[in-house]
Design a protein around this ligand. Structure first.
Ligand code: ATP
Ligand code: MG
Length: 428
């Protein structure tokens, strides 16, 4: 293993905070994720520091601090090099609602503080000299590629059910095997996930799917049956992913959350509107939810209207304008990745066999022929229709504009003001 202590050489701010607290007579250590990532020689995200100093003592040690989480004993130290969260050693007395401790108690012992942490690899500390304190053998587990709870796994998942999702996230993003008793405890405690707010669930799921091994995350989720125990029941048949097992590996070929979610959800073969509702239940942001939904809705529209000999080009262009250029390009990226996995049963497989190959071949070119994707970019506006044709604003005018957009989309007329006006007069 590489010299984990170099984190202190590279991050002068962190070593300064440790030195300052130590000089003042307190114990201070880097803890949690940053030590884990330093041991693994992975990029460090944020640095957390734990200390025996009480919050007011931490505040007294530094010229600039912010009381960011005083109720948990956390003070943020603000340096030129960056900000550092410094938390007083604590133990979490009782847990309430299977999430978050009901109260925290400050303590003076580092090991006690490490004991409340979720996994052995997250329960390591490093002092200012780069010496790793590792009472639960996290380094050994990392060397073995094993993810293990600190203490009794069943209790630890019982205290805070979110840890079960963190377990799957870490197992997938760090390519670890979940240690057997940890896994058994997760299976036993899975029903407790219903106590966890959907926001927290969503955030963990997003990190899994956005991570380096989304297929592994999906397989672990399926095996754990955690998705059957969400606070809000989702009307999604997750077990259908099993039928697409080989295609799951292809998800990592897609960059970006939206493409990955769209592909995974497409494999479930449920109507796009059901997906949209499920994404809302999962508290996806409006923008994220709509971006994913638009891709599925476009696929659905193309599949529904493209029955031979309905020309795919026409269906595709109109659909692309309705769903937007971004969704159309995303769908093409997905189909490129999914195409080799056709030949399975179901409506999606049929689509992959029929429309998809032609879309993959010609879809881009068809998109580039579309002069404008929205009324905003049409060379005439409602105002023009009012001044030139004497039309009143209203539904009729809206319909006329849509009609003109459709004709430009299909290449029947160019997106030019005079020609559009002429077409409007003829259609009126
Ligand atoms: P990442 O930042 O990559 O998610 P991390 O391990 O730093 O990983 P954080 O959520 O930043 O995770 O938490 C920092 C540390 O706090 C963890 O390493 C772990 O020691 C502890 N911790 C966080 N959440 C929990 C939890 N739900 N139960 C027990 N300990 C936790
Ligand atoms: Mg972190």
């Amino acid at each position: 293993m590489l010299d984990a202590g170099k984190i202190l050489v590279e991050d002068r701010g962190a070593s300064y905070v440790l030195a300052k607290l130590t000089e003042a007579g307190y114990e201070a250590y880097l803890v949690g994720g940053c030590v884990r990532d330093a041991v693994l020689d992975r990029p460090i995200k944020d640095i957390d520091i734990a200390t025996s100093a009480l919050p007011e003592q931490v505040i007294a040690c530094f010229p600039r601090t912010a009381p960011t989480g005083l109720q948990h004993g956390t003070v943020t130290v603000i340096l030129q090099q960056g900000t550092y969260e410094v938390t007083t050693f604590r133990k979490e007395a009782e847990y309430e609602g299977f999430r978050r401790p009901a109260s925290v108690a400050y303590i003076s012992d580092l090991t006690e503080d490490l004991k409340r942490r979720d996994f052995t690899m997250n329960a390591m500390a490093m002092d200012g000299d780069g010496v790793v304190v590792d009472p639960f053998a996290g380094q050994k587990d990392l060397a073995l590629g094993v993810l293990r709870c600190v203490g009794k796994a069943e209790e630890r998942f019982g205290e805070d059910a979110l840890r079960m999702l963190r377990c799957i996230r870490f197992a997938s993003t760090y390519e670890l095997q979940v240690e057997e008793s940890t896994w058994q405890a997760l299976l036993a405690q899975a029903p407790l996930l219903r106590h966890i707010a959907m926001e927290r669930v969503r955030s963990e799921l997003q990190r899994m799917i956005d991570g380096p091994a989304p297929a592994r995350a999906v397989r672990l989720l399926l095996a754990s049956r955690l998705t059957a125990h969400l606070k809000k029941q989702l009307p999604l048949p997750f077990e259908r992913w099993l039928a697409w097992d080989d295609a799951l590996d292809a998800v990592s070929a897609l960059e970006g959350q939206h493409d990955r979610w769209a592909m995974l959800l497409m494999l479930l073969e449920v109507p796009a509107d059901v997906i949209r509702t499920a994404l809302q239940e999962l508290t996806f942001s409006r923008a994220d939810g709509d971006a994913v939904w638009a891709v599925l809705a476009l696929r659905e529209a193309v599949a529904a209207t493209h029955s031979d000999p309905a020309p795919l080009e026409r269906v595709w262009k109109l659909g692309a304008v309705r769903s937007g250029e971004a969704a159309a390009r995303a769908l093409l990226r997905l189909l490129r990745v999914l195409q080799p996995y056709a030949g399975q049963r179901g409506e999606l497989a049929l689509f992959l066999d029929t429309a998809a190959p032609e879309l993959v071949r010609r879809g881009e070119a068809w998109l580039s022929e579309i002069p404008c994707f929205s009324l905003k970019h049409l060379a005439i506006s409602g105002k023009d229709l009012a001044s030139e044709l004497g039309l009143q604003p209203g539904p009729e005018m809206g319909k006329l504009l849509e009609h003109l957009l459709e004709r430009t989309t299909l290449g029947e007329i160019p997106n030019e003001r005079e020609i559009l006006l002429q077409a409007a007069r003829a259609a009126k």
